[in-house]
Design a binder for this molecule. Structure first.
Ligand SMILES: *Cc1c(COP(=O)(O)O)cnc(C)c1O
Length: 344
């Protein structure tokens, strides 16, 4: 029982020994902090850094692994959805790159802010360890996180020499059974999880993904409308420069230079009760983040976006108006398609 940070700790404690080397696909605050966890355990961290505002490049991972003839790199770590930048990173493509150079490293993926918001496939994509969290797409309170491992990760944990006690997987799952008392089970969270999974099952996972896609597209349409202060932009922008990499669970908005993103957040919160995520690390003051994951529908999103547009004006942030219409337009098209499908 721990927040996502605990699952990070458990992943490093169980898989590696001091001095082991890992390759981290670094692309923002969360991947940097998974790295920091590894370093704290004495694991050596090598980084393949994504270009600013771009997705991780599988080719760069491939080149680094190809150069590692002695297979010193024990694992590749990637965050599927970088919550600090609102960008999705190519999990399946990085696995394909690892396969092309036949590198035996374990593949570890943080799905904390993508789980139940968009597609992820552990077995199909050859992922050895996955961490997830309760308070993002799973709609629960913070404080519960999840770890999934396959046989390769389990085997690695048998030889790992990192110190571990609370995080130790071994007494929890030996032969598929819990062997020892590992601490009092936080039962209320399991009721919450059951309710969340019931909601997802009732809607249907594919429909949940489609809804996230639709709401994300509407949000992006809205931000693009705000940015069109001149034909060349000048207003707030979608942080991701790769359209494919813009996340379906949240949108990070980069504010124009010289303007304070936190002022917009403060006004949005105080006057309109719209809570925006702040810029993390190097992005503080430059970015605000619009969450559109979990239990959310069109009117909720349109209301929030309207509140943000009012806050942009009050903060004196340059922006073009008309974002409501742009977002509505993005929502209308798929609705028409849905109706046609029902009628057919
Ligand atoms: C939120 C988040 C975490 C950390 O989870 P906590 O529950 O806050 O400790 C880790 N990785 C990603 C991608 C996240 O979005």
């Amino acid at each position: 029982m721990a927040s996502g940070h605990g699952a990070w700790d458990a992943s490093i404690a169980n898989l590696f020994s001091p001095g082991a080397r890992v390759l981290v696909c670094q692309a923002g605050y969360f991947s940097e902090n998974w790295s920091a966890t590894a370093r704290q355990y004495g694991v050596e961290v090598e980084v393949v850094a994504a270009a600013e505002r771009r997705a991780v490049d599988p080719k760069a991972v491939e080149e680094r692994l190809a150069a590692d003839q002695g297979h010193a790199i024990k694992a590749v770590l990637i965050v599927q959805n970088e919550t600090a930048t609102g960008m999705r990173h190519p999990v399946a493509e990085v696995r394909a790159a690892m396969n092309r150079v036949k590198h035996p490293a374990l593949y570890c993926v943080d799905t904390i802010s993508s789980l139940a918001s968009y597609d992820f496939r552990m077995d199909e994509w050859g992922v050895d360890l996955v961490v997830g969290g309760s308070q993002k797409g799973l709609m629960m309170p913070p404080g519960m996180s999840f770890t999934a491992i396959n046989a390769r990760a389990w085997a690695a944990s048998q030889d790992a020499r990192n110190p571990r006690r609370y995080w130790d997987w071994r007494p929890m799952v030996e032969g598929g059974r819990q062997l020892r008392f590992c601490g009092t089970a936080p039962i209320p969270y399991f009721y919450g999880l059951e309710a969340a999974l019931d909601m997802i099952e009732e809607e249907g996972l594919e429909n949940v993904f489609a809804r996230h896609r639709r709401l994300a597209q509407a949000t992006r349409a809205r931000v693009r409308a705000w940015s069109a202060v001149t034909p060349h932009g000048g207003g707030p922008e979608i942080y991701s420069l790769d359209p494919e990499a813009a996340s379906d669970s949240l949108t990070a908005v980069l504010t124009p230079a010289g303007h304070d993103a936190d002022k917009v957040r403060a006004i949005a919160a105080d006057r309109y009760s719209v809570a925006l995520g702040r810029g993390l690390g190097a992005l503080q003051g430059r970015v605000f983040r619009i969450g559109h994951m979990g239990d959310l529908n069109e009117p909720m999103l349109l209301g929030a976006l309207g509140g943000i547009e009012l806050a942009l004006a009050e903060a004196g942030m340059p922006h073009a108006r008309g974002g409501v219409e742009a977002a509505m337009e993005a929502l209308r098209a798929p609705a028409a398609i849905r109706k046609a499908a029902v009628a057919a």
